[in-house]
Write a protein that binds this ligand. Structure first.
Ligand code: C5P
Length: 405
């Protein structure tokens, strides 16, 4: 139910913090990844060691931790999640949230997030009933924050009443419901996408291969952006050192022929984006054992053409994706070559990029692209590869929305 979902769990200081340890385990059992922020008071109830052992990740505690701020600051922490959960949410953290305070890592991440937030209040019954807490709860609800509980029952302080954190299964159900609602409202909800990325490797013999310098950065960024926009995304990737994007079904392949088979198996799809640098040729006959020098002339290496995945998907009579997008990596006559490539392969759009030496496109983090469509050529400014992916995703979403209405 929660496969690939990323949860940022903020554990504040309350006796119910022990339940959050179980929450981490159960979320992970359902396929979610969980990153935790432990407040100073939270660390009085559960130890950073148990939280990190259970989540399998570093625990984040300090706003002004120089190492964290350089590689995982509060902004990234709060954005690289599908949902932020505060459990237990104390009267204090609710007051901070309602007042917009940002003076520690938890409150700062809550202010900086652009993702849905769900909180599970837990406190003494009088604290919960206090007009200030009730005012804060109403403010948080009207700010769009989901409140789950508190439940009524025996409280740790010996009193009885409303104030218990809801039990973990109920919290999980609320998290699933909130994430499903968030996904349903995304621009590509209900759409299926297929992305190819990275190089292919064409075996010469069991230890050697032909390949290229593609890093897979652009293709992986596109798969991540499509998934973040709600598309059910399959990424068919050649060997890269890029991390697997969250929320994406990844199929790892080596050769062009494997890539084509994996793409065909992933159909039907509404959108196909071929960003892989597929080897144009392969060795006609792969040697069954390692080729030896033996002092003679080098072995002849006849080559045969590989299948063209973009052309195959574009020209399919069955199951052709509604929108097929190719890339044109060119070193000269960029637009002219891209326009011809679009006509030849019969894809709908081509993203043209200059990969000449000095552009830094291969393996770099930025890209300057031109979008070639039926309507002509659009020149995009230089963007990060993530920026290109996001802009392309929003173009795809409006193209589909225009046709679906
Ligand atoms: O023909 P060229 O390799 O320049 O075309 C680039 C576009 O075609 C890219 O979108 C690439 O992913 C795709 N392609 C493919 N299969 C091939 C060769 C290229 O899908 N065998």
């Amino acid at each position: 139910m929660l496969t690939g979902k990323r949860i940022l769990l903020i554990i504040a200081g309350g006796i119910a913090a022990y339940k959050s340890l179980d929450l981490i385990r159960r979320l992970m059992d359902q396929g979610a990844s969980v990153r935790c922020i432990l407040t100073k008071a939270g660390a009085e109830f559960v130890t950073p060691l148990s939280v990190s052992a259970l989540s399998g990740e570093k625990v984040f505690m300090d706003l002004f931790d120089l190492t964290d701020e350089s590689d995982m600051g509060h902004i990234r922490l709060s954005r690289e999640a599908d949902l932020v959960v505060v459990a237990p949410a104390t009267a204090d953290i609710m007051a901070k949230m309602a007042g917009g305070h940002a003076n520690d890592l938890a409150s700062t991440a809550l202010m900086a997030t652009d993702k849905p937030v769900l909180i599970a209040p837990a406190m003494n019954v009088e604290m919960w009933n206090h007009p200030a807490t009730q005012r804060n709860a109403a403010t948080l609800a009207s700010d769009g924050i989901t409140l789950v509980g508190p439940a009524a029952g025996d409280l740790a302080c010996g009193e009885v009443g409303q104030g218990r954190m809801v039990e973990v299964p109920d919290l999980i159900a609320a998290i699933q419901e909130r994430l499903a609602r968030a996904t349903a409202s995304l621009p590509l909800a209900g759409k299926r996408a297929l992305v190819t990325s990275g190089p292919t490797r064409e075996a010469i013999d069991p230890v050697r291969y032909l390949s290229n310098h593609s890093s897979g950065k652009q293709g992986h960024a596109i798969a991540a952006a499509l998934a973040a926009a709600g598309a059910q995304t399959t990424l068919v990737s050649g060997p890269t050192s890029e991390p697997d994007p969250a929320g994406v079904t990844i199929v790892k392949i080596e050769s062009a022929r494997d890539m084509l088979a994996a793409c065909e198996a992933a159909l039907p799809a509404d959108i196909a984006i071929c960003a892989a640098a597929v080897a144009d040729w392969r060795i006609a006959e792969e040697a069954g054992s390692k080729m030896k020098k033996n002092g003679g002339t080098p072995p002849p290496m006849a080559m045969v053409e590989n299948p063209d995945i973009l052309a195959t998907l574009s020209q399919a009579t069955d199951n052709r994706p509604r929108l097929v997008i190719g890339f044109a990596a060119e070193t000269n006559d960029l637009i002219d070559n891209a326009t011809k490539k679009r006509a030849r392969k019969q894809c709908d759009w081509i993203v043209a990029n200059d990969v000449s030496t000095g552009t830094g496109t291969f393996g770099g983090d930025e890209n300057t692209v031109h979008l070639v469509t039926d309507d002509g050529v659009e020149d995009w400014p230089r963007l990060s590869k993530t920026g290109v992916a996001e802009q392309l995703t929003s173009r795809i979403a409006s193209w589909l929305a225009d046709r679906d209405t």
